[in-house]
Design a protein around this ligand. Structure first.
Ligand SMILES: O=C(O)CCC(=O)C(=O)O
Ligand SMILES: [Fe+2]
Length: 330
C-alpha cells in the first residue's frame, strides 16, 4: 500500500510503531489440490480449517478462472459506473427485495460506496433483469458469476469437511443456494480525512469471494481487534466467512468484520460474490457441533430473515450476527 494512501486513512485503531496499518498476507489455499482424492486434499482441508478458525479469511490460487474472465468482469463493472447518472437511476429503489438495485446515496455503511447488487444464480432466471448497458455487462459479468460460483461450491464443501461434518453434509442445499453479486465502486481519495469507502460490517452468507481492482480491503484481526490491510496477489481470489457459517459452525468459525478504504491512486471497483443457502432455507447450528459443553449459540435464520432484519438495523443498533446470538436481548 502506498504512503499516500496510508496518510489518508482515518479511523484506523492503534497504529503500529511506524504509523502504518499492518498489511496482512492471507493464508493461501491451492484450489487445484482440492480436486485431488489423495492426501493432498486432506492437507489442504487442514489448511482451510486453520485459516477459518484463526482468521476467517484465506486466498485461493489455481482456481481455474482465467485472467480474461476476471478482467472482463472488472471492466464491465467500471463501465457500468461510468454511465451517465440517468442510465443508472433506473435501478435505484428503496425496495431491498428487487432483483437489481443501484445505490449512490452514501447512506448508512456506504460512506463513499456506490453499488449495484443483483442475484446471479440461477443465471437464466436473473440475467434478464441485469443492466443492458454497457452492452457487454451481461456476458462478462455472467461468465464470471458462473465461474466464481463453481469455486464457491467447491470451497463450501471443503469448509464443511474441515468442520468434521463431511463435504456432503448439506446435500443439495448448497447447489440450490443464493448467489448475490455486490458490484462496488469507490472514488479515488482526493481529500485527506475522507478515506472510508465502506464502514465495518460482516457479510450475511456462508462465504464471500472478493475480486477487487486494487487494494482497499481491510479486515479486523479477530484476536487483536486491529485493522489490517489485505494484500491480494494478482490472480488470487479473497475469501471470507460470513454470518451464516459462524451460526452453522456454532461459533467455531467466526464471521469476518471488514471494511473498505479509498485508494489514493485509483478509483476502485470490487465484486463481492456472496454465497448462502436458498432464500427461505433456515440455517442453524449443526447438531454434530452441539453438546452439553457446547450448547447451540445461534437462533435459526434464513436469508429472508436477514432481509427482514436490515431495515431495523440502525434502530436496533446491532449487527445481524449479534441478533442471532442466543441470550442477547432483542
Ligand atoms: O470492496 C471491498 O473491498 C469490500 C466489499 C464488501 O465488503 C461487500 O461488498 O460486502
Ligand atoms: Fe462485505
Amino acid at each position: 500500500m502506498s504512503a499516500a494512501l496510508l496518510s489518508s486513512i482515518s479511523l484506523v485503531p492503534p497504529p503500529v510503531p511506524n504509523g502504518e496499518p499492518e498489511s496482512m498476507q492471507m493464508p493461501i489455499i491451492d484450489f487445484s489440490k482440492l480436486q485431488q482424492t489423495d492426501g493432498s486434499r486432506l492437507a489442504v482441508i487442514r489448511d482451510v480449517e486453520t485459516a477459518c478458525r484463526e482468521i476467517g479469511c484465506f486466498q485461493v490460487i489455481n482456481h481455474g478462472i482465467s485472467k480474461s474472465v476476471m478482467e472482463g468482469a472488472l471492466s464491465a463493472a467500471y463501465d457500468f459506473f461510468e454511465l451517465p447518472a440517468e442510465s443508472k437511476a433506473e435501478f435505484m429503489s428503496p425496495d431491498i427485495t428487487k432483483p437489481v438495485r443501484y445505490d449512490c446515496s452514501n447512506e448508512g455503511i456506504n460512506k463513499s460506496r456506490s453499488y449495484l447488487k443483483h442475484y446471479a444464480h440461477p443465471l437464466e432466471e436473473w440475467i434478464k433483469f441485469w443492466p443492458r448497458e454497457p452492452p457487454t455487462y451481461r456476458i462478462k459479468m455472467g461468465q464470471y458469476a458462473i465461474e466464481v460460483r463453481r469455486v464457491a461450491l467447491c470451497l463450501m464443501h471443503a469448509i464443511l469437511q474441515s468442520l468434521g461434518l463431511g463435504q456432503a453434509y448439506l446435500g443439495t442445499k448448497l447447489e440450490e443456494g443464493v448467489q448475490l453479486l455486490a458490484v462496488n465502486y469507490y472514488p479515488q481519495s482526493t481529500q485527506p480525512g475522507v478515506a472510508l469507502g465502506l464502514a465495518p460490517h460482516s457479510d450475511y452468507g456462508f462465504i464471500t469471494i472478493l475480486l477487487p481492482s486494487c487494494p482497499g480491503l481491510e479486515v479486523m484481526d479477530p484476536k487483536t481487534k486491529v485493522w489490517m490491510s489485505v494484500l491480494q496477489p494478482e490472480d488470487t481470489l479473497h475469501v471470507h466467512i460470513g454470518d451464516h457459517l459462524e451460526a452453522l459452525s456454532n461459533g467455531k468459525y467466526r464471521t469476518v468484520v471488514h471494511r473498505a478504504v479509498l485508494n489514493s491512486e485509483n478509483s476502485r471497483v470490487s465484486i463481492a460474490s456472496i454465497h448462502g443457502l436458498a432464500m427461505n432455507e433456515k440455517v442453524r447450528s449443526a447438531e454434530e457441533l452441539v453438546d452439553e459443553q457446547n450448547p447451540a449459540m445461534y437462533k435459526e435464520s434464513s436469508f429472508r430473515d436477514f432481509l427482514d432484519f436490515l431495515p431495523s438495523k440502525e434502530i436496533k443498533n446491532k449487527s445481524y450476527i449479534d441478533s442471532l446470538r442466543i441470550g442477547t436481548a432483542e
